[in-house]
Write a protein that binds this ligand. Structure first.
Ligand code: NCD
Ligand code: ZN
Length: 370
């Protein structure tokens, strides 16, 4: 597979390898351990896409302004529940697992309040300036956040890490690997019992680190990093809808991620990082980072797993490993994927505007059974 992979080619390659094509696949209802739902009208536009497939999702806190306190998280959760209600759903169908946005000033007692609320399941580290809406992020983790990190380690609150350094002198494609040495290793040396999720892992170095690390470390992997390498960004011209952070990497990294996700190793689990931006915000002289994958998430992951003949491992990645790490029960219901072609629409409605989903116009072999 090279460049921007027409999804049909992924399936064709697998079929040519002589596998007996499975026609349907039923899994324990999966969860999305990294999701951007935004707020207001955008939230209302996107929430049903995730709720249709997933039982729960870890909701990213990078709103403007960010979700800084337990009270903010509670209010945001109420808005998500109202958006679910508006499409005829409830927390029984889709449970938003809230997070706080770590800053240089997050106090220890805010962490304890978050833990006591039972609604907050993680605290997100955005290195300041690393990605969309990260201006309020952390400038020096071990310099400024020790009180919060101590409290998190003590009460078992996971730290969810955007693992990229922001130093402009470091090549964009090396920022995850450099983060491991400059931040992750010192952090985990200082807080060996802290639960850490290395979010949206993108490199072979990241995979190697998570595999061998001692203690409570795990990683989420997106569908787009399993399906595409960095050539997708430049296929026949500049492709803003393939631009996300951390950016797509070389093919060898994609293969390392695919190997990790399909290995059965419980440290790796599903996190779409689906991040809606209106079309105009991406198609401009300084376009936003973020790929929208929520609508077809499970079909995209099934495509990736099938490409290496490992559909049998999709359930552990999508439905079992995440709850085990977060200390939550596996969802009660199931989700069934059926082999039935579906074309990803060219655009989807987004709060009076439109968004372009990842792989728009391409055909998937799988769809979620209604
Ligand atoms: C995310 C967003 O748009 O909020 N963008 C992205 O490229 N993934 C932020 C993030 O998770 O880095
Ligand atoms: Zn994200």
């Amino acid at each position: 597979m090279t460049s921007k992979i027409p999804l049909s080619d992924v399936q064709a390659a697998h079929a040519a390898a002589g596998s007996t094509a499975i026609q349907r696949l039923t899994l324990a209802r999966p969860d999305d351990w990294h999701l951007h739902l935004r707020d207001g009208a955008v939230l209302h536009s996107v929430v049903a896409d995730s709720a249709r497939q997933f039982g729960r999702a870890i909701i990213m806190p990078n709103l403007k302004p960010p979700v800084l306190t337990t009270a903010d998280a509670q209010a945001y959760r109420d808005r998500i529940l109202r958006a679910l209600q508006a499409v005829g759903l409830s927390a029984g169908d889709f449970q938003p697992l809230m997070t706080l946005y770590l800053t240089d000033n997050t106090p220890a007692d805010e962490i304890l309040r978050a833990k006591d609320s039972g609604l907050v399941h993680g605290v997100k580290l955005y290195p300041a300036g690393a990605t969309t809406h990260s201006d309020a992020g952390v400038t020096d983790l071990l310099g400024h956040c020790r009180a919060a990190l101590d409290a998190m380690q003590r009460c078992g609150m996971p730290l969810l890490v955007h693992g990229e350094v922001t130093d402009p002198a470091i090549d964009l494609f090396d920022r995850e690997a450099v983060f491991i040495d400059q931040v992750m290793r010192p952090l985990r040396q200082a807080y060996p019992a802290l639960k850490v999720v290395f979010e949206h892992l993108t490199t072979a170095e990241g995979v190697a680190y998570v595999r061998q690390a001692e203690g409570p470390v795990a990683a989420t992997i997106t569908a787009h990093h399993l399906l595409y390498n960095r050539n997708a960004l430049f296929q026949g011209g500049l492709r803003p809808h393939w631009y996300c952070l951390p950016v797509l990497k070389r093919e060898r990294h994609r293969l390392a991620l695919l190997d990790a996700a399909t290995s059965g190793d419980a440290r790796f689990f599903l996190g779409t990082d689906s991040a809606p931006h209106p079309r105009g915000a991406k198609e401009q002289d300084c376009g936003c980072a973020g790929c929208y994958t929520a609508r077809h998430a499970m079909a995209l992951y099934a495509t990736a797993f099938e490409s290496v003949g490992r559909l049998d491992r999709l359930e552990s990645f999508a439905s079992l490993n995440g709850p085990a790490f977060y200390g939550l029960p596996v969802n009660q219901g199931t989700l069934t994927l059926v082999r039935s072609p579906e074309v990803i629409p060219a655009t989807l409605p987004l709060a009076g505007e439109e968004l372009v989903p990842l792989a728009a116009g391409e055909s998937l072999d799988w769809r979620v059974q209604d």
